[in-house]
Design a protein around this ligand. Structure first.
Ligand SMILES: [Zn+2]
Length: 298
């Protein structure tokens, strides 16, 4: 495995502090920016991506008057989370036992669809935990539907950056800032398991390598379709772009609406959370940063 693919494949599992270290370890060509990776003029290319998310969500609202057992719900939710995440790690002891008995290739990862039955029964428990009757007509297929929806919301665990970037990194003597703004994203807050969504703008100053434009949106998709916090999402995107094309700098700004703030807690409907990660020239040079922010806020 090349150094690049090793860096990229490790990226998904990095904690916030490890991400910070990855950022600090990144060698941006600070001093040579104006000579080797400098810009011959001040023009910048700006791109906008319109995304269509095919699937519309169902808005099933259930009245809950019965908070029977918070512990049960907590336990069930923990099971659901473990099921979603552990599939990607090597934590499937029971699965491995089954596989070795059946003599199945143990190197092959189980597909996430294989998680459906267990995830569905976890949702059934969740309904009972809420004091609902999972056997009433309206709820009969809800556990399976909810499990499928949750797998979709977290499908980023299935995708790797190296697969997406394969063949999309080009040698190019392009020295203008590349900005793709307003990339829509939908993610799941890992603290409350409710959605947060919004827009991501990414800018980078190439240093002899560029990335296929649509790949920036794919990077956003891979990291947002997981259990996330917005701060980590910004950093993962910035570090992924850095590792992919070693630019003179990367800037990521995310504007997010968090349903856990809107629907509960402070219930501020119009509040938005803005996070940013500025690396390389975007961190060191106020003019470059300002130019990026001006383009993004246009
Ligand atoms: Zn939250």
């Amino acid at each position: 495995m090349s150094k690049l693919s090793r860096q990229l494949s490790d990226l998904s599992d990095l904690s916030a502090s490890e991400l910070n270290e990855a950022i600090d370890d990144t060698n941006f060509p600070h001093t040579n920016v104006t000579t080797q990776c400098g810009r011959s003029n001040n023009s910048s290319k700006i791109y906008e991506i319109i995304q269509n998310d095919g699937e519309s969500s169902e808005n099933d609202i259930t009245d809950i008057n019965n908070h029977s057992s918070l512990n049960d719900i907590t336990e069930t939710t923990t099971k659901i989370i473990n099921g979603l995440i552990n599939n990607n790690n090597n934590n499937n002891n029971s699965n491995n036992n089954i596989k070795s008995t059946l003599n199945i290739d143990t190197n092959k990862k189980p597909t996430r669809e294989a998680l459906l039955p267990e995830l569905s029964s976890s949702y059934r428990l969740l309904l009972s935990g809420l004091g609902e009757d999972p056997t009433r007509q309206g709820l009969l297929k809800t556990p399976e539907r909810a499990a499928k929806a949750m797998l979709f919301f977290t499908k980023g665990y299935d995708q790797s950056i190296e697969d997406v970037l394969n063949g999309a990194i080009f040698d190019e003597n392009h020295d203008e800032m590349v900005v793709v703004k307003d990339i829509e994203f939908f993610s799941m807050c890992e603290h409350h398991l409710v959605p947060f969504y919004g827009r991501v703008s990414i800018g980078y100053l190439p240093c002899n390598k560029i990335l296929g434009l649509s790949k920036l949106a794919r990077i956003v998709e891979i990291f947002s379709r997981r259990l996330q916090v917005q701060e980590r999402l910004s950093k993962q995107i910035a570090v992924a772009v850095t590792h992919a094309v070693q630019p003179a700098g990367v800037a990521v700004v995310i504007e997010g609406v968090h349903m856990c703030m809107v629907m509960r807690g402070v219930q501020k409907i119009n509040s938005k959370t803005v996070t940013s990660t500025m690396l390389g020239v975007f961190r060191d040079d106020p003019k470059t940063r300002e130019e990026f922010l001006n383009l993004v806020n246009k």
